[in-house]
Design a protein around this ligand. Structure first.
Ligand code: ATR
Length: 281
């Protein structure tokens, strides 16, 4: 079997996905290729899907600005993507294009990989900062674990309420403003930054101040450009353990690769290699 894979988005030229998936193909000893497919906003996504079918694509990833726009063109949407309201992975199976979302799952795998002891604890208390698509995916994926509380801190309260109302099952959730959350940092085992504040070219910004942080908790940032955000640098200075964003990038890709190939693949040395790639940028 030859795996014909790719990424649709606009722009896509700086994407790390080709490197990641070509490494997975190598690690799994599979034949295939992963192409960047730049889709100009004036092009029809319906036409793109016809072209990809004609070219025998196994599947593809979806990035900005098509993660939501692609949904009406697909034949089926997996619950992971329906729930989040966005698709990042598509597979062509039995004559149907099927959409998935691997972001939240990828985050949880990254956490388990770096800090396996923490995710095995019971009654875990989490603070999620931000209430966009990434936050929704992480909120949903964390519910599969033994998490007792996932509070949400966000600039716009109504957006945080939407996640809590739609997704809440057995976990407890309170909503805070960003300022309020700064006073409560020591109550959490894990704090996860999911906004793009701190990402290049806004790398000098930090979503909240960590000056009240005293507990040795785990602080995560999903931003990976730069790989050490200001937020993570501050966390480290205060004695926290940190989880860098490139690991979520790697593990959401691993999950996508498993969906396409139906087989497990190891990340091998890709954690270190990806770190070096990002540091060189
Ligand atoms: P994604 O799908 O990548 O998560 P998104 O849906 O646009 O992106 O969500 C972005 C999140 O970052 C939101 O929680 C947004 O806050 P609002 O709900 O108030 O819009 C948050 N965000 C983005 N820029 C921000 C800023 N400068 N200050 C505070 N929050 C910000």
């Amino acid at each position: 079997m030859f795996y014909q894979l790719g990424l649709i988005g606009y722009p896509v030229e700086h994407s790390l996905s080709p490197w990641i998936h070509q490494s997975f193909l190598k690690n799994a000893h599979l034949q295939g290729r992963y192409d960047l497919i730049e889709v100009h906003p004036e092009k029809s996504l319906g036409d793109i899907l016809i072209e990809l079918k004609e070219q025998h694509y196994t599947g593809f990833n979806v990035t900005v600005p098509y993660k939501q726009k692609i949904m009406p063109y697909l034949d089926k949407i997996d619950t992971s993507a329906e729930h989040i309201g966005a698709v990042n992975t598509v597979i062509y199976r039995d004559g149907n294009w099927i959409g998935y979302n691997t972001d939240g799952f990828g985050f949880v795998r990254a956490l388990e990989y770096r800090y396996p002891e923490v995710i095995e604890k019971t009654n875990i208390q989490v603070l999620l900062i931000g209430a966009g698509g990434a936050a929704r995916g992480i909120y949903a994926a964390l519910q599969m674990k033994d998490v007792e509380r996932i509070d949400i801190a966000n600039r716009t309260r109504t957006n945080a309420l939407k996640i809590a109302k739609q997704d809440q099952t057995k976990v407890k959730t309170d909503i805070y403003s960003l300022e309020e959350s700064e006073k409560r940092l020591n109550q959490y085992d894990i704090i996860i930054q999911t906004t793009d504040v701190g990402m290049k070219p806004k790398q000098h910004k930090s979503i909240i101040s960590l000056q009240n942080l005293e507990q040795p908790n785990i602080i995560c940032d999903i931003v990976y450009q730069p790989i050490s955000t200001n937020f993570l640098k501050n966390a480290k200075q205060r004695g926290a353990k940190i989880l860098q964003g490139h690991l979520m990038l790697l593990f959401q890709a691993q999950r996508a690769f498993e969906i396409w190939t139906n087989q497990a693949v190891s990340i091998g040395k890709m954690d270190e290699q990806l770190k070096q790639l990002l540091e060189g940028r």
